[in-house]
Design a protein around this ligand. Sequence first.
Ligand code: ADP
Ligand code: ZN
Length: 429
Amino acid sequence: MYWDRSIETLDAGGLNKLQLARLRETVRRAGKSPFYKQRFQKAKLSAENLASLEDLKKLPFTTKDDLRAQGLKMLARPLTEMVRLHASSGTTGQATVIYYTRADIATWADLVARSIYMTGLRPKDVFQNMMGYGLFTGGLGFHYGAERLGALTIPAGAGNSLRQVRLMQQFGTTAIHIIPSYALYLLKTFDDKGLDPRGLPLRLAFIGAEPHSEDTRRRIEAAYGVKAYNSYGLSEMNGPGVAFECPEQNGMHVWEDAFLMEVIDPRTAEPVSPGEPGELVFTNLTRRGMPLLRYRTRDLASYDPTPCPCGRTHRRISRIQGRTDDMLIIKGVNIFPIQIEQVLMAMPEVATNYLVELTRQDFNDQMHVKVEVKESFFKEDLKYLHGLKKRITEALKSELLITPRVELVEPHTLPRSEGKAVRIIDRRE
Ligand code: ADP
Ligand code: ZN
């Protein structure tokens, strides 16, 4: 049940020792990049004077802006040694580019293989990868990982719903990798064809790349007849395979032999306690081409250091609550989009899609939430619909502390994307 038992179950002392050795190695490697060379000199940090993991804190954080501004100055090896590049999807501004050596591709594939093996994927499985191939790391990252594991891998790519369904039928797909919002959307295609995904041999789904709630996971599990596992990663730390759920489905194990994790208060940069939400900060421990140290991910989650019944010792993180930069301030109240999803997906009448529009009138923020309602509830009973609208408004209000204007719409009428869902449209100046 372990891909790499000795690493996955290494005790705290052993893990600490391994991390320190790898951190020294990383500092040695990263010192070859013009960017870190200068930073190390300023901080008087070297592989030789690094006595404990704590010493890393002498070094300032690395940010997305550093990556954008420094470009190739971040590389620790000559460009000619790089065999691939990926770029982040640019959800928040200009894309950042990450370069990989051949060795980096191999260690990344191994981490993804370890992650999906943990959920029960085996060489006999037929794995359909429904993530975008290309600059986005989700597609190729999983592709290499699944091949490394030995599963039959179908490089389906994103979108083209009818073809996705046909591939599943034709090849007897048992596992899928899919963006959660797309998993919900794809159900319409099954429905249109009069098919039930539960009739297929599907048993596993890997969902990630965007924040989603527990209710969304349960909906996917129920509709497809699968176990769905949360998958977390970002291109700056390879891509997928940074943290992944085990069969306990209770938090994602961060692969701490490969990533040194800090969780900080995004305002003060001080470490937070277990269970408290904070910003994830990672240091690569195994990367060669472009190691990043103390990289601020902007992703918010809490961590749990307690032992996991699965026997793995690597600490777990909660679901990603959002990014520091996707927090909305509406009428002075801080709101994360995931809060809206949590409320909506917990209501059985709500279908799979919704859209939030923010406007400002006379210095006053307005929040307009369009919600798709399931066919069976979208009756021509005005009194019923009025009541439902009222209940949704109340539920949102009690979670968000502001009163949105809710509009109920028919299923499949709101725009959607094949990649990460775009749920918020902010039209405020
Ligand atoms: P970006 O979206 O920043 O352009 P990436 O394509 O590298 O770049 O995506 C990584 C980001 O996607 C993460 O930083 C995180 O915000 C989000 N993400 C990835 N996996 C998950 C997940 N399982 N849950 C929530 N968010 C996730
Ligand atoms: Zn576990």
